[in-house]
Design a protein around this ligand. Structure first.
Ligand SMILES: Cc1cc2nc3c(=O)[nH]c(=O)nc-3n(C[C@H](O)[C@H](O)[C@H](O)COP(=O)(O)O)c2cc1C
Length: 194
């Protein structure tokens, strides 16, 4: 059961799979059904991307595969290993840094990896799962563990699992109001819509 304290009431109505999402530190010790994992990956697959480059690459490890699990955990910083070891699956994300069609740098490669992660996250919430993304990874460990070729950059890790109801982090979830970051006219001037 997700922790009810982590759910929010948005200021404006949004999809349940967005309002029910949060990043758990506590997980039920339950494996994730392979069909659900495939659905999450399929959601990422259908993300939009600049020039349809699809610059995302994922390394997936599930906790039932001990060798793969330890390899993936070893790519996280210690603080993230502490809680992520209880998740059901881990994904390490990487970005292809240059476009395939002309080999020029793809300025939005990491953006598009994030978009794929966002779609995966919404699909996960819709299926009763939660994800917790991490910048806290050891990029060199990712490169050496998985023999990553030139032209690909480690970006994040994503823990996936069934959220437990007892979250150790009881801080309320907060967000800036729309008026702080939706501008019109000049930068910093709140758009009248919000
Ligand atoms: C790209 C990215 C990197 C993050 N890195 C970490 C991390 O290394 N460790 C961690 O505990 N949480 C990490 N988080 C989780 C954020 O702290 C969390 O999303 C934020 O506090 C908002 O909380 P919420 O996701 O529950 O709404 C990361 C989130 C994102 C999107």
């Amino acid at each position: 059961m997700p922790d009810p304290n982590k759910l929010t009431v948005p200021d404006h109505p949004i999809l349940d799979c967005l309002s029910q999402r949060y990043s758990p530190y506590a997980y039920e010790p339950k494996p994730i059904e392979p069909d659900k994992l495939r659905a999450l990956l399929e959601a990422a697959r259908w993300s939009a991307s600049s020039f349809n480059e699809q610059p995302w690459r994922f390394v997936l490890a599930t906790r039932d595969d001990e060798t793969a699990w330890q390899a993936a955990l070893g790519c996280l910083v210690e603080a993230n290993q502490q809680w992520a070891q209880h998740a059901g699956a881990l994904i390490l994300t990487l970005a292809k840094t240059n476009f395939t069609y002309n080999d020029a740098p793809n300025r939005v490669a990491i953006h598009d990896v994030g978009l794929a992660a966002g779609n995966l996250s919404a699909q996960a919430t819709a299926l009763g799962l939660h994800v917790h993304q991490m910048a806290g990874i050891d990029g060199d460990a990712v490169r050496s563990t998985y023999d990553v070729p030139e032209g690909f950059e480690p970006v994040t890790a994503i823990a996936i699992g069934y959220a437990a109801d007892a979250e150790p982090d009881d801080k309320p979830r907060t967000r800036k109001p729309l008026s702080e970051w939706v501008f019109g006219g000049t930068f910093g001037q709140t758009h009248p819509l919000v």
